[in-house]
Design a protein around this ligand. Structure first.
Ligand SMILES: NC(=O)C1=CN([C@@H]2O[C@H](COP(=O)(O)OP(=O)(O)OC[C@H]3O[C@@H](n4cnc5c(N)ncnc54)[C@H](O)[C@@H]3O)[C@@H](O)[C@H]2O)[C@@H](O)CC1
Ligand SMILES: Nc1ncnc2c1ncn2[C@@H]1O[C@H](COP(=O)(O)OP(=O)(O)OP(=O)(O)O)[C@@H](O)[C@H]1O
Ligand SMILES: [Mg+2]
Length: 362
């Protein structure tokens, strides 16, 4: 009896899978004819058609081709500022996701303690052990160390297409001072920044770091969003009027782009708002936001390249957010299909490649 039930469940799963493949392939695997209709339907159904971005078209339009004329670096050079004694997973997830999506180089600027650990996760990452936390230095050393940190980052800054600031950064006051200097320098160099995790803790307390900088993207989770709304709008989160509040928040920080993470991801630059509701995963394991920050950094860089060629008129930071969110959610859904309750962030990262391949086959 149990065997029969198992057989039935198995054949139902196979049927569902076949139906899904037929719907997705739509008779052709070619880039132009690829049919992602099943996913688009789900997305429209879950948050209403008016706000939902056409994420698949956006992804297709900004993912660059793989051409033999290109040299290393042209598909993106990303740097993650994060990683401390407590957190080594978050910067790794963010930086490795950038590579898995298609960036050529991914750097991590972290504390001296975190560096050997992050290096041991992957030889693909370029890891700079430059940051220090208060516990490891004497007060009289602070100013010389702060000067060294910024000098080290300055050497690299102009090479980066985007910085991700905050995954696993921690909240040590001295370290955050040094990171503030890095952000000021990035801003002077017009380098886009995705601010996440403890980077949002820093920015919420020092809004000037990003205020009025249109190349800044903030990616708050539920707690981080609440703190931002309280600080900037002096009110509580109001989900009845969620879109207006998000617009006001982005506007209140001088036109930065805010990607509010949740059941649907909502994105606004203070002028327009859109949503990504593509079906993701019901697992809420830590680290999915880190994948998102690395993804947004890459797509934002690609969208800016398209904009520079005059190929796209919409705000490239918004396009980058939509693309990053859609890809993460698709990968999470594929990972969950396979791993169910045991789905972890590492599993989702393994599906980034397949998710991008479905949209832009090579
Ligand atoms: N494997 C890893 O290394 C991971 C590390 N992560 C990192 O963990 C850090 C925290 O992210 P969460 O999403 O948990 O942050 P949240 O702000 O959502 O939650 C953290 C919780 O701890 C409290 N908290 C922690 N430190 C505090 C402090 N110094 N003062 C006041 N309250 C404090 C917060 O109020 C909140 O309740 C970030 O740097 C994030 O990037 C996460 O990305 C998950 C994965
Ligand atoms: N309730 C939900 N249903 C579906 N997807 C969700 C839900 N909540 C979050 N997500 C997705 O997970 C991604 C990460 O959001 P989450 O709120 O977990 O971030 P986070 O707390 O910063 O993660 P991290 O653990 O990496 O710090 C979002 O981009 C969103 O697409
Ligand atoms: Mg987070």
């Amino acid at each position: 009896m149990e065997k029969d039930n198992l057989k039935l469940a198995y054949s139902a799963a196979v049927n569902r899978r076949q139906l899904f493949l037929i719907r997705c392939l739509g008779g052709s695997a070619g880039k132009k004819n690829f049919n992602f209709q099943s996913i688009r339907m789900q997305s429209v159904m879950s948050s209403g058609p008016s706000l939902e971005a056409d994420a698949v078209s956006i992804l297709r339009s900004i993912i660059p081709g793989l051409e033999s004329t290109k040299h290393k670096g042209q598909a993106g050079k990303i740097a993650v500022v994060g990683g401390c004694r407590e957190y080594t997973g978050a910067p790794y997830f963010s930086a490795i996701s950038a590579l898995k999506i298609g960036a050529d180089l991914s750097h991590v600027f972290c504390t001296k303690d975190a560096a050997p650990v992050i290096k041991s996760y992957s030889p693909e990452l370029i890891v700079h052990p430059i940051l220090e936390e208060s516990y490891s230095i004497r007060d009289e050393e602070k100013s010389s160390i702060a000067a060294k940190v910024i000098a080290e980052v300055e050497k690299w800054m102009e090479r980066f297409d985007c910085l991700v600031v905050g995954p696993g950064l921690g909240r040590d006051p001295f370290l955050l001072d040094c990171v503030s200097n890095i952000m000021k320098h990035a801003r002077e160099c017009n380098v886009p920044m995705v601010i996440d995790g403890d980077g949002l803790f820093l920015v919420t307390n020092s809004l000037d770091l990003v205020s009025g900088y249109p190349l800044a993207v903030l990616t708050p989770n539920v707690n981080e969003y609440k703190r931002l709304v309280q600080k900037v709008l002096n009110s509580e989160v109001n989900d009845q009027n969620g879109t207006d509040q998000l617009l006001s928040l982005a506007k209140g920080i001088g036109g930065v782009t805010v990607l509010r993470k949740g059941k649907s991801d909502f994105i606004s630059d203070g002028k327009t708002a859109c949503a990504v509701s593509i079906y993701g995963s019901p697992r809420r394991c830590g680290g999915q936001g880190d994948i998102l920050s690395g993804s947004v950094a890459v797509f934002l860089s690609w969208a800016r390249q398209c904009a520079a060629k005059g190929e796209r008129s919409m705000n490239p930071t918004i396009l980058g957010c939509v693309a990053g969110s859609a890809l993460l959610r698709r990968a999470a859904s594929l990972a969950f299909e396979s791993k169910k309750r045991s789905t972890l962030t590492g599993d989702i990262i393994e599906y980034l490649g397949r998710s991008i391949q479905e949209i832009c086959p090579v």
